[in-house]
Design a protein around this ligand. Structure first.
Ligand code: PCA
Length: 205
């Protein structure tokens, strides 16, 4: 059983990306139930797109979990949908801005996550980890990678569940609001990987 886990490098004013830190931490652990392929993707539409496709082609993973930071959110967001759309005023790390552009001209308008979202949500809630489902992964890099990962899985005819989780912004030293710590987020992603390693059936979205 091989699971592909990806995070992103920092971008814009966020100098630390928890998705990168979590992927690096989990890459060091040696899970016994599955092999982890851990990768950090660049915040670059062109490079991240080709990297995720190549990783899926090369490893043919049994499951794919992509992570990214959504600084304004307060809980773990299990994304339901990836849109065929790049549309963000924020430049990528190479300075590219994409407004109102299809990711793939001949691709479907959207793909659903094929993760067992309700099961993952209950696993998080049972451990007191604040989590929710989300119907919008944005129209920036996270959505871009999620869409292309789902497309590649479909194109190759793989039965592998593939989904995306947005991580909330991390607590700041002076912040008053209670936020999920990096440790809790890492625990949540570990739970998710365990659940994915146990369920390989395609759920109905
Ligand atoms: N979050 C951004 C891109 C990289 C990341 O970690 C997003 O939500 O699209």
């Amino acid at each position: 059983m091989k699971i592909l886990l990806t995070g992103f490098e920092p971008f814009a004013q966020w100098k630390v990306n928890p998705s990168e830190q979590i992927v690096r931490a989990l890459a060091k652990s040696q899970p016994s139930d599955y092999a982890l392929i851990a990768e950090i993707l660049p915040v670059d539409y062109v490079q991240a797109g080709s990297r995720i496709k190549l990783l899926i082609q090369k490893h043919k993973p049994d499951a794919v979990l992509c992570l990214g930071l959504a600084p304004e959110r307060r809980s773990l967001s299990l994304e339901r949908v990836a849109l065929n759309l790049d549309d963000a005023p924020l430049p990528d790390n190479s300075g590219r801005v994409r407004i109102g552009r299809h990711i793939l001209h001949d691709g479907p308008a959207a793909y659903y996550s094929t993760h067992p979202l309700n099961k993952l949500l209950s696993a998080f809630i049972n451990k007191n980890l604040p989590a929710t489902t989300s119907n919008h992964a944005g129209t920036y890099l996270c959505n871009h990678v999620f869409y292309l990962a789902r497309h590649e899985i479909e194109r190759m005819g793989l039965p592998s569940p593939c989904g995306f989780i947005h991580l909330p912004g991390m607590p700041s030293a002076r912040g008053k609001q209670k936020r999920l710590t990096l440790r809790d987020m890492t625990k949540a992603i570990e739970l998710c990987l365990d659940a994915l390693s146990r369920s390989r059936k395609r759920p109905i979205p």
